[in-house]
Design a protein around this ligand. Structure first.
Ligand code: BG6
Length: 469
């Protein structure tokens, strides 16, 4: 018997508005934190958008989405994950009325998806806080953000309730601990930010997220609303019990976010951490009640696993998906130093499912690599990306293993199904797509789209519901 994926498994791809739409100042859009981040998390941020910022044009999805959705449909996508750019709907973030042109764009985009039977999966906030909310309110440190986000969420749930069934409240919500500006719009430089303010910002996001679950269920009956966390299975570097505890404590920092979303209250281990670090979370009356509006499913990104040790000598820096750790001597890494561990995906799926018994949705996974556009024997321009096919194939086999373990999985959307600008390094040369986009980091390129070898491979995977893996 081959690999088994359930009937109705939601195969597809994922992107985020700020990494591909471009049109950063069209149709009333305000500036977001990404529009002043030409170097990704390496910084520095700029006062105003600058030409070297690849995201200002992205891959011009804003104007070419019809062509792109058609290509996704050709691959057989059942679902397409994208985000709504908050600053298209509320250009500054604190207005009372939304921008109709921004709303219309997403109406058209979702209609285009439905034309091909593709279900949109929408992230309400994906690393693109309106810049004004960051500069004038200091992002999520300020309680006012809960009110602004709630207004924004009400507008999008009401507007798209008949077009969008699957929603995510915050992309990789736990990444705020490492990237407070990109993830939480917090303008205070990271090294000056107190733990008190950081965890207060986290609390505000939790309240906003639970509020979105509540109002989403009220306004859009039938909507399924999930949290989205950056998953990173953490192995002890050695069997030394000190390392095991170091790994457990590191994992707690990440589980904390899913725990609150799924259980509806703060876990004891975080209360201890707050006590020991003199952090006191200010809760407003009603916050504890709001948190009880828990999510319908858990979604997560998975790129890498990591190791932890209690030995400070071995704690050397390692590349990774925003959150670090210690290199695993048994694993190879991508060109960007991200360690590749397909079995880690099966492991983390089991961990989440054992902990929560809620459906899971893998909404990001993929390989960022340098691609070479060539002309093949049939005279077609393409990329022979066998390395990407191998990466994705190996990971999907492990998804099937987890399903065989009894884990309930709603779907899989590979990251950057069409080449786009990377989040951490703001580059175009770090490509994830099944579709090559002719645009380069010096701004050159025709923006033409070309099917890579992996395009045909994924089409077959979807058509056979995973049997071809
Ligand atoms: C996740 C983000 O961190 O990983 C995406 O949710 C991001 O926005 C993806 O693009 C891959 O990271 P990067 O830095 O290679 O683009």
């Amino acid at each position: 018997m081959g690999l088994q994926f359930p009937d109705g498994f939601l195969w597809g791809g994922a992107v985020a508005a700020n990494q591909l739409e471009g049109a950063y100042n069209e149709d009333g859009k305000g500036w977001s934190t990404q529009d002043v981040s030409p170097n990704g998390i390496k910084g520095p941020i700029t006062e105003t958008p600058t030409e070297d910022n690849m995201k200002l044009v992205g891959i011009d999805f804003y104007h070419r989405y019809k062509e792109d959705i058609k290509l996704f449909a050709e691959m057989g996508f059942k679902v397409f994950r994208t985000s709504i750019a908050w600053s298209r709907i509320f250009p500054k973030g604190d207005e009372l009325e939304p921008n109709e042109q921004g709303l219309q764009f997403y109406d058209d985009l979702f209609d285009e998806c439905h034309k091909y039977g593709i279900e949109p999966l929408v992230t309400i906030s994906h690393y693109e806080t309106p810049l004004h909310l960051s500069k004038h309110y200091n992002g999520w440190v300020n309680r006012k953000l809960v009110e602004f986000y709630e207004r924004y969420a009400r507008v999008v749930f009401s507007r798209y309730k008949n077009k969008v069934k699957y929603w995510l409240t915050f992309n990789e919500i736990n990444s705020i601990l490492e990237e407070p500006f990109m993830s939480g719009g917090i303008y205070t430089p990271k090294k000056e930010l107190s733990k008190q303010d950081l965890y207060q910002a986290v609390h505000h996001e939790f309240v906003a997220s639970a509020m979105a679950v509540k109002i989403g269920h009220e306004l859009a009956p039938g909507a399924q609303i999930g949290c989205m966390v950056l998953s990173m299975p953490t192995y002890p570097l050695t069997p030394n019990p000190d390392d095991v505890i170091a790994a457990m404590e590191f994992e707690h920092k990440n589980y904390f976010f899913a725990d609150v979303h799924v259980r509806g209250y703060y876990p004891g281990y975080m209360k201890r951490y707050f006590r020991e670090n003199n952090i006191s979370i200010h809760m407003e009356p009603g916050d504890e009640e709001i948190l009880k509006h828990t999510v319908d499913f858990i979604s997560f990104s998975y790129y890498v696993s990591t190791c932890q040790t209690a030995d400070p000598v071995k704690l050397e820096a390692r590349g990774g998906n925003l959150i670090g750790g210690v290199a695993n001597p048994y694993l190879q890494a991508s060109e960007w130093g991200w360690q590749i561990d397909p079995q880690g995906l099966r492991y983390v799926m089991n961990m989440f499912y054992d902990r929560y018994q809620k459906p899971l949705f893998i909404v990001e996974n993929g390989l960022g690599a340098v691609d070479q556009l060539i002309t093949n024997g049939h005279g077609e321009k393409t990329v022979e990306d066998d390395y990407r096919i191998k990466y994705l194939n190996d990971h999907l086999v492990q998804v099937a293993e987890a399903i065989a373990d009894g884990v309930e999985v709603m779907g899989y959307t590979s990251w950057g199904c069409i080449d786009l600008v990377s989040a951490s390094t703001a580059e175009l040369k770090k490509r994830y797509g099944f579709i090559y986009v002719d645009r380069h980091d010096d701004g050159s390129g025709t923006l033409e789209r070309y099917r890579k070898k992996s395009f045909h491979w994924y089409k077959e995977v979807i058509a056979t519901n995973g049997q071809s893996l």
